[in-house]
Design a binder for this molecule. Structure first.
Ligand code: MN
Length: 293
């Protein structure tokens, strides 16, 4: 097995919440179709908390895994859903949707992911799904929650447009487990809390460990309270372009989506109930867009 690749997350702030962005990064754009990974918190928010005004998406699914706190989601389909710890919101943007998000709690800890939709379905009708309960099991001292795909005899209820895996693993004290993986997938492990030893590498929050296709197992050890996200997927062999909140294939598409959103085009609908302005896309002038395979 090739040595894993260590990817350092960039730090930032989204709507008042400190984040670590591991995907996309300079050396690694995706893990399967997972094309965006923000680890937000754990943090105690200051007033008025996290508030992300109405903004659009295209060509992707937003996948929100909440570990601590409460977030209110509103979208242009009329969905109004409180997301609580242990739950997932999956929003399929397809040809276009818009939504807002705001924290309802002082504490917040979540993984905010995007999944690039394959070309065959990326213009689909938008939809929103909420998953209140997910399969759980204990292995080697780890409490596993299956977020996406199939693992160890369980299958997540969260649908996928391409082969994917997502597992939240947490331990309260010493734990060790060998995770059997699909060698046709590429994988990544992002530590969200505490520290873990993954294939002999010491990993803490802010680092994503990437494993290339061909990896058949990963040994994870914990010595105290810790949490991590194990992601996997079949490599998406398509050019994918991320710009602002859009996933596209060409610069022309990005320019079109930007112009449409900023002009208030009806394809993105309208979010009702959020107190605050919609977010406008930045100016494209002078920006050189590059695709990535
Ligand atoms: Mn969004």
């Amino acid at each position: 097995m090739r040595a894993p690749e260590r990817i350092s997350a960039k730090t930032g702030d989204v709507g008042g919440l400190p984040i670590r962005r591991a995907l996309p990064s300079t050396g690694r754009r995706r893990i399967g179709a997972w094309c965006f990974l923000d680890h937000a918190g754990p943090a105690t928010l200051t007033a008025p908390g996290m508030r992300v005004g109405p903004h659009p998406h295209t060509g992707l699914q937003t996948f929100s895994w909440l570990i601590e706190g409460e977030i209110l989601h509103r979208d242009s389909l009329g969905s109004e859903q409180v997301l609580r710890a242990g739950q997932i919101n999956l929003m399929t943007a397809g040809r276009g949707i818009s939504h807002s998000e705001e924290s309802l709690s002082e504490r917040l800890h979540l993984a905010q992911l995007w999944i690039a939709l394959p070309d065959a379905v990326r213009h689909c009708e938008p939809r929103f799904e909420h998953f209140a309960t997910l399969p759980q099991q204990s292995l080697g001292g780890f409490d596993l929650t299956l977020l996406q795909g199939s693992f160890a005899g369980q299958t997540s209820p969260v649908p996928a447009a391409s082969p994917l895996l997502g597992i939240d693993l947490a331990c309260a004290s010493a734990a060790a487990n060998e995770f059997a993986l699909d060698p046709s997938f590429e994988h990544g492990v992002m530590v969200l809390d505490g520290a873990l030893e993954i294939e002999g590498e010491h990993v803490e929050p802010g680092t994503l460990l990437y494993f290339a296709p061909g990896t058949e197992r990963i040994i994870v050890r914990g010595s105290g309270p810790a949490r991590a996200l194990l992601l996997g997927g079949a490599p998406l062999e398509e050019p994918v372009l991320l710009w602002w909140n859009f996933v596209a294939r060409t610069g022309e598409e990005v320019a079109q989506y930007t112009a449409e959103w900023n002009a208030g085009d009806a394809k993105f609908g309208e979010v009702h109930g959020f107190e605050g302005p919609r977010l406008l896309a930045p100016d494209l002038a002078g920006l050189h867009l590059k695709g990535s395979i």
